[in-house]
Ligand binder design. Structure first.
Ligand code: CIR
Length: 254
């Protein structure tokens, strides 16, 4: 079975962390509706959605991806590069502990799950404002015994590596070439985002379709032309909090 861990939008999301975006009003009811539709897409595509308890005092807590990396063999509980977000990890660790052995990142290292792109047994990790080389080394020490390779990736201009690049097919990546050099991902074909859609590189690939923000129309058309099956979702309110589609779930097999 495939499990997707999610968490409902916090009523305090208007106080979220923002790094590259100006603060805009967020319509909480609409954000909640959009998030529920995202969960419905996960369910339709074969995931059993397990929703964690809402955290009213943790504005960014809908973005569960940043708290952990879940592999078949082990789950890594991370220490976010945003101090305001660190308390989110406790409940994520509690839930994941039911499915996996845990390894927990130790201070002063920091790393956000949004910086980790796993392609088979390669973990590409963005050296970002949130994720330190020390954090990347800790991940490496956790996963090397299971045969994973870790590759630090330079990036610029965006919050997380997966704002700049995600996987959309077995050997296919969707890339914003202004933010990351797609050449570092060996053996992968690349589709570039449309130049007027810089935030369009975040897509969530499942077995039968790719969950993708409807807002990025031009890039969405490019993906369809390449034969990528899309399941479009509206996540405009979550995008105002600098999130998109990968960040709202942790997906793994049981
Ligand atoms: C933050 O700055 O941490 C949140 N406002 C957005 C996190 C988005 N996470 C992700 O893309 N993995």
């Amino acid at each position: 079975m495939q499990v997707a861990i999610t968490r409902a939008v916090s009523p305090s999301i208007i106080h979220c962390e923002l790094t590259h975006l100006e603060r805009q009003p967020i319509n909480i009811d609409l954000a909640t509706e959009q998030h529920a539709a995202y969960e419905a897409a996960l369910t339709d595509l074969g995931c059993s959605v397990r929703r964690l308890v809402v955290q009213p005092d943790l504005p960014d807590s809908v973005f569960v991806e940043d708290m952990a990396v879940v592999l078949d063999e082990v789950a890594l509980i991370l220490r976010s590069g945003a101090p305001s977000r660190r308390p989110e990890a406790t409940s994520v660790a509690e839930a994941l502990g039911e499915y996996r052995e845990l390894r927990t990142m130790q201070a002063p290292a920091t790393l956000d799950g949004g910086d980790v792109l796993r392609i088979d047994r390669d973990l590409y990790i963005g050296v970002s404002g949130r994720s330190t080389l020390d954090g990347i080394r800790q991940v490496e020490s956790f996963v090397m015994p299971f045969g994973y390779r870790v590759h630090p990736v330079e990036m610029t201009g965006c919050l997380h590596l997966k704002s700049a690049v995600t996987q959309v097919g077995e050997r296919m990546l969707l890339v914003n070439p202004d933010w990351v050099d797609g050449g570092v991902f060996e053996g992968m074909q690349r589709i570039d985002v449309a130049s007027d859609e810089p935030y369009a590189a975040n897509a969530l690939m499942l077995a039968d379709a790719v969950i993708y923000p409807a807002a990025h129309r031009a890039t969405g058309r490019r993906l369809e032309q390449k034969g990528v099956p899309l399941r479009l979702v509206d996540v405009t309110e979550l995008m105002k909090a600098e999130g998109a589609v990968t960040c709202c779930s942790l997906i793994f097999r049981t």
